[in-house]
Design a protein around this ligand. Sequence first.
Ligand code: NI
Length: 392
Amino acid sequence: MRDDLKAAVYGLTDELTGWRREFHRHPEVAYREVWTSAKLRSLLEGWGLPVEACAKTGLRAVLAGAGGGGPTVALRADMDALPIEEEGDAPYRSLNPGATHACAHDGHMAILLAVAKVLAAREDGIKGRVVFLFQPSEERNPGGAKPMIEEGALDGVDAVFGLHLWQPLPTGTLGIVKGPMMAQPDDFTIVVRGKGGHGSMPHQAVDPILAAAQLVVSLQSIVSRNVDPLKPAVLSFGSVSGGTIYNVIPGEVSLTGTVRTFDPALQALIEGRMRAIIEDTCRAFGATAEIRYQKGYPALVNDVRMAEFVLKTARDVLGADKATIIDPVMGGEDFAYYLQKVPGAFWFFGAGDGRPHPHHHPAFDIDERALAPAAFHMASLVLDFLERGGKV
Ligand code: NI
């Protein structure tokens, strides 16, 4: 049970909550995490950890245990906020107009700081190395994970772990999937071009609104008619825009949306069907279409044994009923890139009690009582992993 570790982490509860609130007050969007990066660096260096910059505003700090041998484990927290205006009147409300930590990355940084502080204080007992990765730009494709890896974030690393605080789960519980856990999030833009004209003389125009409306309906047939019903897939539109006034047929309409899959073959099938339907539909209406399909992060796939190890450690330190296997989600996460390089696992840690707003909502907030148990579990996991010599 690691009672002394638990006491050390829970003893940091006020500090942990304070860090989270400070990050919440100073949200910075992708690759603008300058204040955030400086704050993290000063804390980490204050605890004696050497820190180097990675992927512009990101950081890599290394805790080398005593003795020199043993495996190396990396832990990652993402740093970026979202470009939305915060709603609500929390005392730690965002000070930066147009930006807020609406996805809990403020909490992820605070948790990783607590793990770093507690482990740095017991460096002599660390049987290996711990690499702390603070990653910029998780929210914006192509994301910060790839450049972090290209700049050496995973050099010499034997296993990588990360978490996401999760509003849908009860506070203090852990949920994980053995294998594919989060989807590949692609995005698309379709520009339908017709010929503008007077609303009273449609026969002299080519109406892109009608062609676009047809696309909104007919593209839904891909998931319902072309995709194996036993395989998960989503196609959703996020915006439809075109026209300025009631009596003018506009020249063009643009549609944006997202496609979510786990299987690259299915992803290719959906993209191919989209292109065929869009081109043929627009031709039928005398319009033309421009299609931009951008592939997102790969699907996030947990190593099965590492996921089992995460579950076991969580049940040991949090309680047998506090960690469960959950269903995969269709959200995306660039932690997927780390898992393509080295074995590891990613999990959700519940922070939803009394917090009704979902991730990315302008009034999103977390239950801060999740922070200490999340950090305690992560620190325990690291010590267990190193004590077993990396054999899980
Ligand atoms: Ni997030």
